[in-house]
Design a protein around this ligand. Structure first.
Ligand code: PM9
Length: 458
């Protein structure tokens, strides 16, 4: 019988000690870090839920693969292994390696966007929108409205709203659209999946108008699990079959290998168009490295090829998704407001509901993330107005409806007992939420300000 929260489908061979410092120390450290959890040192963190990016634990097979790294400048055997694996699992004709996901975003945005063109997408992502805008593109949000409301519980809250897409086409014409970016899953909506039906329909509409679709494949295996779990007709398909079908409704993808590839670094761009591929190979040597390594070492590429094969196994992905769900379920039971339903890579606290006494201009999610660290040593991340940044033209803050703190779960790193520690800490803080204070800027970087910005308490 399958368990509601399956046990780890692995046993632990190597461990890393973590240490809890005192509340007093954490209060001082948080102040020193400008109330930005990105600026804390890892050694001062007890449970690190900053991100699931590059924080994965690798398997013994991956570590063995690392010893097989072929560090030739050109034509590494590990590249051929990675290329063949990606082609087999994703089904695209061409693969271009990059140092991480944003490297692939840079290549795609540089090649495919003409200044002034729109790039519709199912919710923005920070680095993705940065590269689109840096190349003169204008991001348009075409995710369904429900994705912006934390309280609405829908199985596929990352879906593209086809009416929104159609109206951009009607209003501006297909020529004004560079391409559509469809993220599987949608990170900032809470790791919400897109249904296969929606992928199919989005692609069909784009094909009718000669518009290309590129996927942000970063969490495509997590998306596939939700399709298997929730979409009629997919119950008996393998994760591998579902992933392949996902990508059949696109012309290419960008991938951050630091997530679903179960590695610590790396990425790639996939394409079907030969001309674009030729152009990408010309650009990759400028920004990343040879088309046979793209900024990765041979050993990284080997680990990535092996990681992809492991991530696509049902036992792995079932445990992954349900461990995240366990944390979410504990918080819901205690009445803590989170984004519903629990998504793939983390639990997102609704900071507006958690801290109703802090207006959005005083950065409730940033303040909540800082306080969680002070109280418990757990590091999380703001995903709200600070991450939203400023409008390129008006200079005004993008003030997203979703003002969240993300408790992001690294893959294969923590146990259910760690999830309990996190849940207990957040529940305790929720009972004492009045003590959380709003913040103001001390230093606001011009780009991607959430990474290095600094604040002080009001
Ligand atoms: N995501 C994350 O923590 C790391 C950077 S932002 C703190 O969620 C998507 C959907 C991502 C993503 C990174 C990238 C960029 C693209 N798309 O970090 O450059 O979630 O490998 O990938 C982060 P790289």
């Amino acid at each position: 019988m399958s368990r509601k929260y399956p046990a780890e489908p692995f046993r632990i061979k190597s461990i890393e000690y973590v240490k809890m410092n005192t509340r007093e120390e954490r209060e001082a450290l948080m102040k020193e870090a400008g109330y930005n959890t990105f600026l804390l040192n890892s050694k001062d963190v007890y449970i690190d839920l900053l991100t699931d990016s590059g924080t994965n634990a690798m398997s013994d097979r991956q570590w063995a693969g690392i010893m097989m790294g072929d560090e030739a400048y050109a034509g590494s055997v590990n590249w051929h292994h990675l290329e063949a694996t990606v082609k087999e699992l994703f089904g695209f004709k061409y693969v271009v390696p990059t140092h991480q996901g944003r490297g692939a975003e840079n290549l795609l945005s540089t090649m495919a966007i003409k200044p002034g063109q729109f790039v519709p997408g199912n919710m923005y992502f920070t680095t993705t929108r940065y590269h689109q805008e840096a190349n003169g593109g204008i991001f348009k949000d075409i995710v369904i409205d429900e994705a912006h409301d934390s309280t609405i519980d829908l199985p596929f809250k990352g879906n593209v709203d086809l009416r929104k897409l159609q109206s951009i086409i009607d209003e501006h014409g297909a020529d004004k659209i560079a391409y559509i970016c469809v993220a599987v899953t949608v990170n900032l909506a809470g790791g919400q999946p897109v249904s296969m039906q929606n992928l199919r329909e989005t692609y069909a509409l784009c094909q009718q108008h000669g518009i290309k679709v590129f996927m942000d494949a970063t969490r495509c295996i997590e998306n596939a699990f939700f399709i298997k779990e929730r979409e009629k007709g997919y119950e008996n398909k393998t994760i591998k079959e579902i992933v392949l079908e996902e990508f059949s409704y696109s012309d290419g993808c960008t991938m951050s290998g630091k997530k679903d590839c179960l590695t610590n670094i790396g990425g790639f761009l996939c394409l079907n168009d030969e001309e674009l591929f030729t152009q990408a190979k010309e650009l990759v040597v400028v920004f990343e490295g040879m088309p046979s390594y793209g900024g990765m070492t041979g050993r990284d590429m080997e680990a990535m090829a092996l990681g992809l094969k492991e991530a696509i196994e049902y036992e792995y992905i079932e445990h992954r998704i349900k461990q995240v769900r366990y944390l979410g379920d504990r918080l819901v039971e205690a009445g803590v407001p989170i984004v519903l339903p629990v998504g793939g890579h983390g639990v997102f606290l609704d900071a507006r509901l958690f801290c109703p006494h802090i207006p959005q201009e005083q950065f409730p999610a940033q303040a909540l993330a800082a306080q969680i660290y002070i109280e418990s040593g757990v590091r999380s991340m703001e995903r709200g107005i600070v991450s939203g940044g400023r409008d390129k033209v008006t200079g005004k803050d993008h003030a997203p409806k979703l003002e969240t703190v993300r408790l992001t779960i690294p893959r294969r790193v923590y146990t259910y007992a760690h999830m309990d520690v996190v849940a207990d800490a957040v529940i305790d803080l929720y009972k004492n939420r009045d003590k959380i204070k709003g913040l103001k800027w001390v230093y606001e970087p011009k780009q991607l300000r959430f990474f290095t910005g600094r604040f002080e308490q009001i």
